[in-house]
Design a protein around this ligand. Structure first.
Ligand code: PLP
Length: 417
């Protein structure tokens, strides 16, 4: 029997393990593992949860995993008795070693491992406003996989690395927003010799992010009543739901489906708009506390997407202002003693709101996903450097694609971006 199959949750047909779409409908494909009760392995980082990752081997080096601990400081401030924090980032004192300081590493490692298992020779194309690019750059530095990053110019400050050898990575910046970067990446990825990483439809990304819930439940011993996370695409929310379904089937962790509490940053909050019907206006992503949370086309209504996840978990979405996010981030940092990225500040604010409105009770069991943190802590231990930019293009330039292809060919044939 094989370790897993990839199935459509809607028509229930088994699909090619690397497929991104069902042959019959628009559903997000889902992994079904033969092993129904998860056992942790003693392999490094995320591979601790290899039973429920769609891979056969591992990338030994450079991986970290989520780490769950019971909150004291922040919990006390909020009057909560069972608040568990799942920290994704760098915090060696807690055993947290994610070197890019966000949970995007949980997606990049399994995705890369699957490329290796497929003997993928093509150049991987990743468009990102920051954290995803950093995570894929990190794993590509380790494996030597050829990677083309396409990044909006004003997100370049997020493209730092602690790796020495970044010679397999070519970075192109676009003088425009995230959507112009994505559009450019799609054009390039469609050409021969390139492959895209698949986004929310990639089961390796989702099952990688699902390790947050696995870590929380295997640490506390039971499924929580509530799960809080800041979302852009909502993929992490879908992943938490999918992990919960597997853990319910496992049978050892209770029979409670955790409620998803997803948090978006106003005014750039399309999932919140779709869910509540409230229309929003604002300049996006300029007006955001953290623009990594902006996604104009989240997988909301497709089967197995965000809407299904919310319906099935009796979940909800919060709209959080910049001020609420800033205050919550500050409070978290002061009470827990670690710096966090701005995005998880949005989740902290949602938790505060849920307490204030009586949505959750003092004794409820809660998991708060801190999706990124410890960058300041990391800078005490490592020197970071910026990734080199090989080329900058304007989205209005009719020759932009041609210039990128020329650059790539020069780069990989002559070595040097
Ligand atoms: C990407 C990201 C998120 C949102 O993730 P989803 O894909 O919407 O689940 C939240 N926090 C950080 C730090 C991120 O990088």
């Amino acid at each position: 029997m094989s370790k897993y199959v990839v199935k459509c949750p809607r028509c229930e047909e088994v699909q090619d393990p690397y497929a991104l779409h069902c042959e019959n409908d628009d559903a997000l494909l889902r992994t079904e593992y033969s092993k129904k009760q998860i056992e942790t392995s003693d392999m490094p980082g995320i591979w601790r949860y290899i039973d429920w990752l769609p891979v056969n081997g591992i990338i030994e080096e450079g991986t970290g995993r989520p780490v769950t601990y019971k909150s004291e400081g922040f919990a006390k401030e909020l009057g909560l008795n069972d608040l568990n924090i799942t920290f994704n980032g760098y915090w060696p004192e807690k055993g947290a070693f994610i070197r890019t300081c966000s949970f995007k590493d949980l997606e990049s490692f399994p995705t890369m491992q699957r490329l290796i298992e497929r003997d993928e020779e093509r150049i991987m194309v990743v468009a990102s406003a920051g954290n995803t690019a950093r995570a894929f750059a990190h794993v590509a530095s380790i494996t030597g996989q050829k990677l083309l990053l396409i990044v909006p110019k004003n997100s370049m400050h997020r493209l730092w690395t602690t790796d020495d050898d970044t010679s397999s990575i070519c970075t192109v910046t676009v003088e425009g927003d995230y959507y112009q970067a994505i559009a450019m990446a799609e054009k390039i990825a469609a050409k021969e010799g390139f492959v895209s990483e698949g986004g929310a439809r990639n089961v390796a990304r989702r099952d990688g992010m699902a390790t947050v819930m696995l870590d929380a439940v295997l640490t506390t011993g039971s499924l929580p009543q509530h799960y809080f996370q800041a979302v852009g695409s909502g993929t992490g929310g879908i992943s938490a739901w999918e992990a919960s379904m597997r853990l319910l089937e496992d049978g050892r962790f209770g029979n409670n489906m955790p409620r998803l509490h997803l948090a978006q940053n106003l005014p750039c909050a399309p999932l919140y708009s779709l869910w509540t019907g409230i229309e929003l206006t604002g300049r996006c992503p300029e007006e955001m506390h953290d623009d990594v949370l902006y996604n104009r086309k989240p997988p909301y209504s497709a089967s197995g997407g965000v809407k299904d996840a919310l319906d099935d978990t009796n979940g909800m979405i919060y709209g959080i202002t910049n001020k609420e996010a800033e205050d919550a981030q500050k409070l978290f940092e002061e009470t827990e003693g670690i710096d966090i990225l701005p995005a998880p500040g949005v989740a902290c604010a949602a938790l505060i709101k849920a307490v204030e409105t009586g949505e959750i009770n003092a004794d409820d069991s809660i998991v708060l996903n801190i999706t990124g943190g410890g960058q300041k802590r990391l800078e005490e231990d490592f020197t970071t450097k910026q990734l080199d930019v090989g080329l900058t293009v304007s989205p209005e330039d009719p020759d932009a694609e041609k210039k990128i292809l020329e650059k790539i060919s020069e780069f990989f044939n002559e070595g040097g971006c």
